[in-house]
Write a protein that binds this ligand. Structure first.
Ligand code: SF4
Length: 321
């Protein structure tokens, strides 16, 4: 069976330089900047949204943006007076994938964000973040670690996201962060219909979140695009389910027929989503956690201020959570 990555090859690493590193984003009521210090991702998730120009290279050749720390510092220093919104590390790669062991670009960039008092989120599904526990701990009022966990079922995880660590390891690490006062959220994303949206799967994740000291839990259903759909059909085969039946059910749930159009970016049936999300919210609340994305505020930044004085303008997470 043809996989979406080269199963027998070890990813190769290369350096590249970038022209810019902070890019603005808006997501609903949230605004901020993305920071991606790697291109490509060794976690090899079949559902990955960062693969618009998909080729196995995305999973097998990882580029380190070697000038990322210098760029980041320059972009902050050249910032025109105004607000610096929170920085999201990362949106199109995983900042703590194995490449970070070799290049340490995430650690260097986090140090720079802390130096300038800029709030940040780290999105990850990697256990390597444990290396930086102390680093994030010293900034715990101004950062949020968002862990992406889709399933506690090892068989499903191995097929769906073969380069990630098991959820049991991730929850141990989350507990360590939470015990040290670092605020942790879990993003159940994507929720993969008919595969990870079972009562059992979701309950297990929520129970583990509560036990680990997670504050916020939220999630979103898988979106279907041309490249993702191709990989999902391979996942059906890997899981040994009735592929034809799953294809038919997905066609119904996402309202499309094969061959899927290249320009589609499909959401699941609205009623299916609403029913599921209402139940999810209820369970999260019953377990004493918040069903929402954790909110961080930007800082007022005047380039004439010395950064050590910026604190007085800064709103911390404690104000919002
Ligand atoms: S961890 Fe994120 S960026 Fe990496 S392959 Fe998985 S979904 Fe894509």
């Amino acid at each position: 069976m043809e996989l979406w990555y080269n199963k027998n090859s070890v990813p190769t690493f290369d350096n590249k330089t970038s022209k810019s590193i902070l890019h603005p984003f808006t997501f609903g009521k949230y605004r901020g900047h993305t920071l991606n210090v790697y291109q490509g991702c060794q976690h090899r998730c079949g559902y990955c949204y960062a693969t618009y120009e998909w080729s196995p290279e995305f999973y097998d050749k990882i580029y380190a943006k070697s000038n990322a720390p210098e760029l980041l510092e320059n972009e902050i220093r050249k910032w025109r007076s105004g607000t610096i919104e929170p920085v999201m590390i990362s949106s199109a790669t995983d900042s703590y994938q194995p490449a970070e062991l070799k290049f340490e670009l995430t650690r260097k960039c986090v140090n720079i964000l802390q130096k300038y008092n800029i709030p940040y989120y780290v999105f990850t599904k990697s256990s390597l973040i444990y290396r930086d526990l102390e680093l994030h701990e010293r900034y715990k009022d101004n950062c949020f670690i968002v862990w992406s966990i889709t399933t506690c079922n090892e068989n499903i995880r191995r097929c769906l996201e073969p380069g990630t660590p098991p959820a049991s390891i991730m929850f141990k690490i989350i507990r360590n962060f939470a015990n040290r006062g670092v605020r942790c959220a879990v993003n159940i994303d994507p929720i993969v219909p008919l595969i990870t949206d079972s009562f059992e799967n979701i309950n297990t994740i929520i129970t583990n979140c509560r036990a680990a000291g997670v504050k916020n839990v939220f999630g979103a259903f898988l979106r279907i695009r041309f490249d993702i759909w191709k990989r999902m059909k391979i996942v059906f085969k890997l899981l040994n389910v009735d592929s034809d039946l799953f294809v038919t059910n997905y066609n119904k749930l996402y309202n499309f027929t094969d061959p899927i159009r290249h320009d589609y970016n499909l959401r699941i049936d609205r009623n299916y989503e609403i029913d599921f999300m209402q139940n999810l919210e209820k369970k999260i609340r019953e377990n004493g956690m918040t069903f929402d994305f954790p909110s961080l505020k930007g800082i007022s930044y005047n380039k004439n201020l010395k950064f050590k004085n910026v604190d007085k303008n800064q709103l911390t997470l404690t104000n919002y959570v």
